[in-house]
Design a protein around this ligand. Sequence first.
Ligand SMILES: N[C@@H](CCC(=O)N[C@@H](CS)C(=O)NCC(=O)O)C(=O)O
Length: 163
Amino acid sequence: MILVGQYDSPFVRRVAVSLHHYHMPFTRKPLSVFGDKKEVQAINPLLRVPILILENGETLIDSNAILDHLDHVVGNARALTPPNGPERRKVLQICAVSTGISDKVDDGLRRLRGDQGRQASSRRQNSLLSRRHPSAAEQSRDEGRREVDGRAGLAGGHHQIRQ
Ligand SMILES: N[C@@H](CCC(=O)N[C@@H](CS)C(=O)NCC(=O)O)C(=O)O
């Protein structure tokens, strides 16, 4: 089996932890959804990891679907998720909360990264504008400053996030 994805992803890690726990041999292809877009997209058009490529070439996506498959392979007696009843509900709820938190953190980082991208692109536009229309460029800079100040207030002053 091949696990596609890097260990900076909590979703890739949770699949790897289960593979290790079940003593299932696998190799890892540490592709990045940012740096290796084309290669990841060729395997999963959703451009998302983890991806598990089975021995027969079948491709599974989404950590929940992958773990469900692994649980079935090892059988009820060894599966980390109980097959039914209140115990299953409890485990699924804990997983929903923890993967939900990971989703939210991922969304938040993307939004902040997007903001930085927009600020850089706006700086480039402003430098072009100031060469042709200096007063319009000054007005646009003032508006940009007000927007960033507003956001900094919401984000507790941290509008620069480094990866
Ligand atoms: N529900 C998915 C979430 C996977 C996910 O969000 N993976 C991130 C990496 S941490 C990703 O590939 N993001 C790229 C994208 O969604 O475009 C799962 O449980 O596998």
